[in-house]
Design a protein around this ligand. Structure first.
Ligand SMILES: *Cc1c(COP(=O)(O)O)cnc(C)c1O
Length: 393
């Protein structure tokens, strides 16, 4: 090579978008540790810690709880291809990007996707779900996105789990953004299967997708008439590597597993109730500050996620220019809208390590500046003051 590029030095950034989120230095340090072989007894012992810590954050006793190699979407794909066979009917909520993607994955698996649609920014109602289940011959699975990252909607699950079981269907949830930020009670709520990702509220780099499969899901998996069409994501093979036998399947991403173990240790040290309360408080402060700037949240009241705030862009304000100014001028990343919300919302993520008082105050001050440049004239300092009032209440 004639010109070798210099060492890559990422610019300083505060990640307040829809993920990845800020990563604790302890997690970065864990990733820099020397590699072990993926069948080394020391690595195998470490895998046991990861499984145990994952059961803790998922609030489950499910033995089949492990990180799939790949990002959150690999978790989605794994859940579907293992649970669904060609010809099955699968009901799913579609009110944002990730419900839409679920339907697509289901159809690619040769199953019929029964879409229960709601406007983006609103939850899918239990009555709609019930009607869809009743309209099926023999629904195999009901799938709902717990935290719809594209809209900031927090979907209630407990009634839907009951409805699924009443109709003889399994219940699957996408908790990529919710896990580690709001309660996800796999066993208490009776959820049969769930998948998540590492780079949202677990504050780990992207690269693994924690999944958990309960007893009913395992029965469906082991009772399949057809082989799982993805060899790489086949849990009947993966459970032999992550289980007692330790049969080689594929090389586990060693450093990513170190990182996940450390990120989960941080979650356990903080404790889940304290972590959820921190996410709620920082959301309340951000929401107060946004209101002081005259900005509104796009998700329906009463169903707003604490870790993902979709903010409606006011008339006459250039969505991308404001986002660009935050990034170039302040080193703060926030997200734009997707699909029908493109150009219409900003998405401010307060996930895991990103959910901190100093970050809330920083993004509000930066937004105020950017809005001033757009000839909106919010009262100087009003947003930060409103957020501080929440912290001091
Ligand atoms: C981010 C996300 C995904 C996809 O995860 P990737 O890591 O981007 O593959 C799936 N579902 C939801 C709700 C998400 O927020």
């Amino acid at each position: 090579m004639r010109v070798i590029p210099g060492e890559f030095t990422p610019p300083a950034r505060l990640l307040l978008g829809p993920g990845p989120s800020q990563v604790h230095p302890r997690v970065l340090r864990a990733m820099a540790a020397p590699l072990l072989g993926h069948l080394d007894p020391a690595f195998v012992a470490m895998m046991e810690d990861v499984k145990r810590l994952l059961r803790f954050v998922f609030a489950t006793e499910n033995p089949l709880t492990l990180p799939i190699s790949g990002t959150g979407s690999a978790g989605m794909e794994a859940a579907i291809v293992n649970l669904v066979e060609p010809g099955d009917e699968v009901v799913m909520g579609v009110n944002g990007v990730f419900g839409t993607r679920l339907a697509e994955v289901v159809e690619r698996a040769g199953a019929t996707a029964v879409r229960v649609e709601a406007p983006w920014g609103r939850v899918v109602r239990a009555e709609q779900i019930e009607a869809a289940l009743r309209g099926c011959r023999r629904p195999k699975l009901l799938a709902l996105v717990h935290a719809e990252t594209s809209t900031g909607v927090w979907q209630p699950l407990e009634d839907a789990v009951r409805l699924a079981h009443d109709h003889g269907a399994l219940f699957l949830t996408d908790c990529v953004t919710s896990l580690g930020g709001v309660p996800v009670e796999i066993d208490a709520w009776g959820i049969d299967a769930a998948y998540s990702g590492t780079q949202k509220c677990l504050s780990c780099p992207p690269g693994l997708a924690p999944v958990t499969f309960g007893p009913r899901a395992l029965d469906a998996l082991h009772g399949r008439k057809t082989r799982v069409q993805s060899w790489y994501l086949d849990l009947t093979l993966l459970e032999r590597y992550w289980g007692e036998e330790r049969v080689y399947h594929h090389t586990a991403p060693i450093s990513m597993n170190y990182a996940l173990r450390e990120a989960l240790r941080l979650v356990a040290e903080e404790g889940l109730p304290a972590r959820f309360a921190r996410h709620r408080l920082n959301h309340a402060a951000l929401a107060a500050g946004l209101a002081a700037l005259g900005l509104e949240l796009a998700a329906e009241e009463g169903h707003r996620l604490p870790m993902l705030n979709a903010v409606t862009v006011p008339e006459g304000v250039d969505e991308a220019r404001v986002r660009g100014q935050l990034l170039a001028g302040r080193g703060i990343e926030i997200g734009g809208g997707l699909g029908p919300m493109k150009g219409r919302v900003w998405r401010i993520g307060l996930m895991g390590e990103s959910s901190q008082r100093v970050h809330v105050l920083a993004v509000l001050a930066a937004l105020e500046e950017a809005l001033r440049a757009e000839r909106r004239l919010p009262a100087p300092g009003a947003a930060v003051a409103a957020a501080q009032a929440v912290y001091e209440a």
